[in-house]
Ligand binder design. Structure first.
Ligand SMILES: [Zn+2]
Length: 253
């Protein structure tokens, strides 16, 4: 039986409040046994940690997402450090953090991103990185301030950009993007990246797969991402799944 790890799903979001159990059951039936649930705002950390404590298959991360940077400042970084220290051993990463050029307050995003990279390095935790139109900047920041391990969530970029992160020891998150024919550049980049540097993800409830546009995304569909990846890499699905499981466990251990 194949074991799958959805390394990026926001199962703590309100979108799952009504049927979280059913969502997890559908995922388990599809072989999804591991879930990484990243934090996005300070207000959400408590709900997230409480849910994670009740679900043994969940791993969780805490961080301040660039989309919500307006409601945060440096004092929240101190709170993050305290919470990470308190939950040492339970919390598996710092995330979701990053830089998004399509969002406002870019300078503030950058300041808080660097502080969170430094914090992760100091606490020897991996990072979960959000990016949009900021891959090269992100790479430079990780190299300068970041920890040794991490994942580039929803990687989309060229093969050359992909390999810069791989050489840095980072994994690339592969999600619904590769199910779209129009995503040729990303599909090709992923095709050429060594399997040892990839992990699967859905970004549920967001980033629907091709054929599911307009619907809430769910972790069980990570099995469909696996199908697309096996096809893209012309490789055996079971061997691929087992390597990807290993990568995910290694990333968040
Ligand atoms: Zn996310």
């Amino acid at each position: 039986m194949m074991r799958l790890f959805d390394t990026h799903c926001h199962l703590d979001f309100d979108a799952f409040d009504k049927d979280r159990e059913a969502v997890l059951e559908r995922a388990n039936e599809a072989g999804v046994e591991g879930f990484m649930v990243p934090g996005v705002t300070r207000n959400q950390w408590e709900k997230l940690t409480s849910l994670a404590s009740k679900n043994t298959s969940w791993s969780y991360a805490l961080g301040l997402h660039p989309w919500f940077i307006e409601e945060h400042d440096i004092s929240d970084i101190e709170a993050l450090e305290q919470t990470l220290e308190q939950q040492k051993g339970q919390v598996k990463a710092v995330g979701e953090i990053g830089l998004d050029k399509t969002f406002q307050h870019y300078d503030k995003q950058h300041t808080l991103f660097i502080r969170q990279l430094e914090l992760a390095k100091q606490l020897k935790l991996p990072v979960i990185i959000h990016h949009r139109k900021t891959l090269d900047r992100t790479h430079a920041d990780i190299k300068k301030y970041g920890p040794e391990r991490g994942v580039i969530h929803a990687f989309s970029g060229s093969h050359q950009q992909a390999m810069k992160f791989v050489e840095q020891g980072y994994k690339l998150g592969v999600g619904g993007v590769i199910t779209y024919d129009r995503a040729q550049k990303t599909r090709q980049a992923i095709q050429e990246v060594p399997i040892e540097s990839l992990v699967l993800e859905t970004d549920s409830p967001d980033m629907p797969l091709s054929g599911y546009q307009g619907q809430r995304n769910e972790p069980y569909r990570v099995a469909l991402v696996l199908d697309a990846l096996a096809e893209l890499k012309s490789t055996d699905k079971e061997a691929l799944a087992s390597q990807l499981w290993k990568n995910s466990v290694e990333l968040f251990s």
